[in-house]
Design a protein around this ligand. Sequence first.
Ligand SMILES: [Zn+2]
Length: 249
Amino acid sequence: MALPKKHSIRIVTAVAVLSVAAGTIAVAAEHGSGGGAGAVTDRPVPGKRVSDEIAHLSEDPGKTVNLTFDDGPDPTWTPKILALLEQYGAKATFCMIGPNAEKHPDLVKKVVAAGNRLCDHSVSHDTTMDKKPVAYQEKEILDAKKMIEDASGGEPVRYYRAPGGAFTPDSRRIAAENGMRPLGWNVDTKDYERPGVDKIVDTAEKELAKGPTVLMHDGGGSRAQTVEALARLLPWLQQQGYTFSFPQA
Ligand SMILES: [Zn+2]
């Protein structure tokens, strides 16, 4: 009985491979040779083991920027940020706090529907998480992942960003084992301090030379300055020839 069973598995696999190949060809035909943006082929394999190194770089080559927004989703600020991103054909990564996602599943779905990516930013936003027991870190990370996934309708959560950047070797490992790449940043706009729109824009423009991943916030208080700064940054980024990308997953 062992042989036919094995054989049938092989056939199933072959059919699956063939249909995946056919799908790839169809996608290639749709996008033409210059495609890339919106390609369906880079979907993550569920349960795929990812690197536990903190990501800073873009997954695309060239002059890129990875916009990241933390601490949302927020019913006031997230829609404004989504509208701006759409206006400029830009994409971003949203690092969500689990209970915020749970409270606003409509926003989580909108974020995903617009082609943006999801990132786990823990349950409680405990910036001293690096001093806490591993079991606590694990619960903070995995409970938030589930809340975000459920709110999104089952979309992959591809990154984990520790609150305040308080990563530990354990939290990086736990994230990676659960398919989430630890996510850092190169440019801290310090928008959460509300230093003024000019200052946020200035910091982003000057510090982008350090690397492509820019940290901003769509939750955690009034983000009026962030929204205004983004409205100035997006056209500037386009004029400078940046393309919008995502961090390496
Ligand atoms: Zn945060």
